[in-house]
Each structure stands twice: as structure tokens, then as C-alpha cells.
Design a protein. Structure first.
Lengths: 123, 231
């Protein structure tokens, strides 16, 4: 619950940073904060009370049941959100690098990091 | 003034959007049936302790292929925006001898640790993505300690494209050897002994190639940003 609320707060802070700040680098930092918040939300959704990591080795004994399944000695958390987050962290890193290199390119062409100086896309 | 009001409205909108999630957040005590199926399937069908790896490599393997493609696109975008000129970076102040020796002592160890993480991804917490990031962090350490450090672009691009191609080929082997609906099914190799390194079919192979690909792509991002930061 705490993790979920913390993640939502991070998303809100990041969206505020993306909308209200003028400096492009701060906007990229806002994007990064939103990314982290979303990871926290996804992990919090997959949490099961008093459960351990879904790695079935000697720490989590199991026995096979008749219906082709297994019965675990202790509870494990949902593996799907963990799998989603572990790829999303690496993708987030690469996308942040892409945004920063776009920023470098903009600065080289126009010599400004202020978002108000780029009026081509303004309506 | 009106702008800050709009920003405020947008933030309130996001908070309202997320409110049902907080309200419905039941303290779940039982695993979802699908997740239960994945956990028991990873032990009974795939002979693999780590069910997160089972989901990443096998059950949702097509998603992982898509994620690797997104990573490749982001890397290609960085390389396109920061055009490489292969110029020598002008170093204003060299790192000390201690720093350089320490970094060149640690980097091979960090790379070996990364390889360990991605070859043991089916047994312990870890896997191709994490191991690849650790390998790239060794490259970052070398670049930070010695700014004139360069490495072969040809080797980077070769290992990147080779591992991507081998990843798809290993997936296609499932289609050839098992059946038409078995893309990325790792069960064409022997299952091995539970909790041993050579177990759970082709999963360690597939995850190793994912690790090499992620490591090469992140190193290539570091390389682009490094060559850009010369002036």
C-alpha cells in the first residue's frame, strides 16, 4: 500500500516537473521520475501478503500434486509484474539516453535549453 | 497564471485516474490463477526454479523480443542523433595512475560478474537484462577513469547484431523441432537436473544472448555519449 501510494506520488511529481519546468534537462528528469513511479506501482500491484520471491529452490520446498501442478510450502509473489518491470527498467534507461541525446542535438543547433525558445511546434 | 492552472488541473486529473487503483488495492493473499499456472509450469514443464525468468524468456518471450527491439531502436536513435566522427577526445585533465590501474583491474572482474548473472538467470535472481547492464557498467567505469579510452565499434556492432540474430534463430529452432506453435519454446534441448547450470532446455542460451545484446547496446550508448562530450 505504501509502495503504491509512493509510486503514485512519484508519477504526480514527475508529471508536474514535465509540465511546469522550462529547462529541457529538468523535463527529462521528470520523465525519469514518472518511469520510476510506474515501476513501483506495477511491483506493488503484484505483491501478495507475506510472500517471498518466486524462485522455487531449496528455500521454498514444493511437492507435486496429482493434477499436474505443484503445491508450494510458502506463498510467492506474482512473477508477471516482476518480469514486466525488469525489462521496463532497461528500456527506461535507453529511452532516457535517447531523450538526452535529443537535448544535446537541440542545444547544438539552437544554443538554448529553454523550452520556450522552441516555438515551431506552438499553436 | 492560466498555464499553472492547467498544470494543476492535469495533476488533479492524474490523481483521479489513479484513485480507483488505491481503492481496489485489496491485500491479496492468493496468487492469481494465471500466475499460479506460470509458477507451477516453470517447475513442472521447464524444470526452472526462477519463474520470473520463465515468464520473461518463455511464456511472454514474444514481449521480450519486442522489448529488445525497442532497446535497439533507442540505441539506433542515439547513434543517429549523435553522429560519430571518430575524433580524438581532447582530455583536459588526465586521471591519476591509481584511478586508471584500479579501473582496469576492476573492469574484467565486473564483466565476469555480469556474465555470471546472465548465465545463472534461470537459477537465481538475475538474467540477461541485469547482466547486460552490469557488463555495460564495467565499460562506463573504464570510460570515466580514462577519458581517452576507446574500444572497437566493429566488435560492438558485430556482437550486437550477431546476438540479436542468434536469439531469433534459437526461437525459430523451437518451431522447427517441436511444432508450428512453439516459437521461443526452449524444450528442444535436454531438461537436465533441477537446480543445475545446464538445465531447463535452451533458456540459459537464450538469456545469455539477450545479455550480450543488452550489454553491447548499452555500451554503444555510452560510447556515443562519450564521443559527443569532447568539447
Amino acid at each position: 500500500m505504501l509502495v503504491l501510494i509512493g509510486g503514485i506520488l512519484l508519477v504526480i511529481i514527475g508529471i508536474w516537473a514535465m509540465l511546469a519546468r522550462k529547462n529541457i534537462i529538468r523535463i527529462v528528469i521528470g520523465f525519469s521520475i514518472v518511469d520510476t513511479g510506474i515501476h513501483l506501482i506495477i511491483v506493488a500491484v503484484g505483491y501478495i501478503q507475506n510472500a517471498t520471491a518466486p524462485i522455487i529452490d531449496s528455500a521454498v520446498p514444493f511437492e507435486k500434486t496429482a493434477t499436474d501442478g505443484i503445491k508450494l510450502a510458502s506463498k510467492v509473489v506474482d512473477p508477471v509484474p516482476s518480469a514486466l518491470v525488469l525489462t521496463a527498467i532497461v528500456i527506461g534507461l535507453a529511452v532516457t539516453a535517447l531523450l538526452l541525446s535529443f537535448t544535446i542535438r537541440l542545444f547544438k543547433v539552437n544554443g538554448s535549453l529553454n523550452i520556450d525558445d522552441y516555438e515551431e511546434l506552438k499553436w | 497564471m492560466i498555464k499553472y492552472l492547467l498544470v494543476f488541473v492535469a495533476i488533479i486529473g492524474v490523481a483521479v485516474m489513479f484513485y480507483p487503483l488505491v481503492e481496489d488495492f485489496g491485500r491479496s493473499t492468493e496468487l492469481h490463477p494465471l500466475a499460479q499456472d506460470y509458477v507451477s509450469g516453470s517447475v513442472t514443464d521447464l524444470n526452472m526454479p526462477n519463474s520470473v525468468t520463465a515468464v520473461v524468456v518463455t511464456y511472454r518471450g514474444l514481449d521480450t523480443l519486442g522489448e529488445v527491439t525497442v532497446l535497439f531502436l533507442a540505441t539506433a536513435g542515439v547513434g543517429f542523433l549523435l553522429s560519430r566522427k571518430n575524433r580524438i577526445v581532447a582530455v583536459k585533465r588526465h586521471g591519476s595512475e591509481f584511478l586508471k590501474t584500479g579501473a582496469s583491474f576492476l573492469s574484467p572482474l565486473i564483466i565476469i560478474f555480469g556474465v555470471y548473472i546472465f548465465t545463472h538467470g534461470h537459477l537465481s535472481p538475475g538474467g540477461g537484462f541485469q547482466g547486460g547492464v552490469v557488463v555495460a557498467s564495467a565499460i562506463l567505469l573504464m570510460v570515466l577513469a580514462d577519458l581517452s579510452f576507446t574500444f572497437s565499434h566493429g566488435l560492438l556492432h558485430f556482437s550486437e547484431s550477431l546476438s540479436g540474430a542468434v536469439y531469433v534463430l534459437l526461437g525459430l529452432l523451437g518451431v522447427i523441432l517441436i511444432g508450428a506453435d512453439s516459437f521461443l519454446d526452449p524444450r528442444y534441448l535436454p531438461m537436465g537436473v533441477y537446480l543445475s547450470l545446464f538445465s531447463s532446455g535452451a533458456v540459459p542460451l537464450i538469456y545469455s544472448f539477450i545479455g550480450i545484446k543488452v550489454g553491447a547496446e548499452l555500451s554503444s550508448i555510452i560510447d556515443s555519449l562519450h564521443e559527443e562530450g569532447g568539447d
